[in-house]
Write a protein that binds this ligand. Structure first.
Ligand SMILES: CC(C)(COP(=O)(O)OP(=O)(O)OC[C@H]1O[C@@H](n2cnc3c(N)ncnc32)[C@H](O)[C@@H]1OP(=O)(O)O)[C@@H](O)C(=O)NCCC(=O)NCCS
Length: 177
């Protein structure tokens, strides 16, 4: 493949994209269905936000997909809505060319415009910090549903101080299980 910058349009997914988005997730995650199935479960759940299911469209073909959906930070009887980023998938032949970065930055911008406070995720600890993600533990966030190293559980404030006073346990909704 040539090394010229590629022209990519980041746009909302439509139902016409569902089949190719399944293929993108299947291929990106090493030919397994788990993440494609997760996408399907989130789409049919109450936590789905259609505006935050984004595809990277290269001249009419989908080469990447990002899904951001709703979750909760729970502290005792208090619950706050936040967003979780999962999954993100770029077709193997299109990886390491900035497509993932385009999707993440656009996803964060659209999340901010929609009025959400923060995006949390479990992901590669060397990749997401470049977009401003920090260990979620530094915001007083806990994760009990999954046992993961501290540095892979990350949070991003969509505006300064967004997570102030919102410490608690991130609870992923049923679609994730
Ligand atoms: C991870 C992924 C979304 C990144 O998208 P991308 O378009 O390839 O990434 P970008 O071009 O924006 O950024 C490239 C950088 O990401 C890094 N990167 C890619 N995959 C990585 C991984 N698994 N762990 C850590 N860093 C990774 C590259 O090393 C590169 O770093 P550099 O800029 O220092 O050279 C993509 O590689 C992918 O779909 N991977 C398979 C599925 C997956 O692992 N999803 C994420 C689950 S948290």
């Amino acid at each position: 493949m040539e090394n010229d910058p590629i022209q990519i349009l980041i746009r909302m997914e439509t139902s016409d994209d569902y089949a190719v988005v399944r293929e993108v997730n299947y291929a990106a995650f090493g030919n397994r269905d788990d993440e494609a199935d997760l996408v399907a479960r989130i789409r049919s759940s109450a936590e789905f936000i259609p505006e935050l299911s984004l595809v990277a469209d290269r001249d009419g073909s989908v080469v990447g997909h990002l899904l951001i959906s709703k979750a909760s930070i729970v502290n005792g009887s208090t619950s706050h809505d936040v967003l979780v980023l999962a999954p993100i998938a770029i077709l193997p032949a299109h990886q390491k060319r900035g497509v993932g970065g385009l999707l993440i930055r656009e996803g964060l911008n659209r999340s901010r415009v929609l009025g959400y406070a923060a995006v949390l995720l479990i992901g590669h600890p060397t990749y997401y910090p470049r977009f401003g993600f920090r260990p979620a533990s530094s915001f007083g966030m806990e994760l009990k549903q999954f046992t993961v190293p501290d540095d892979v559980f990350m949070a991003y404030e969509l505006y300064d101080g967004a997570l102030k006073g919102i410490a608690g346990e991130l609870q992923y909704p049923a679609a994730f299980f």
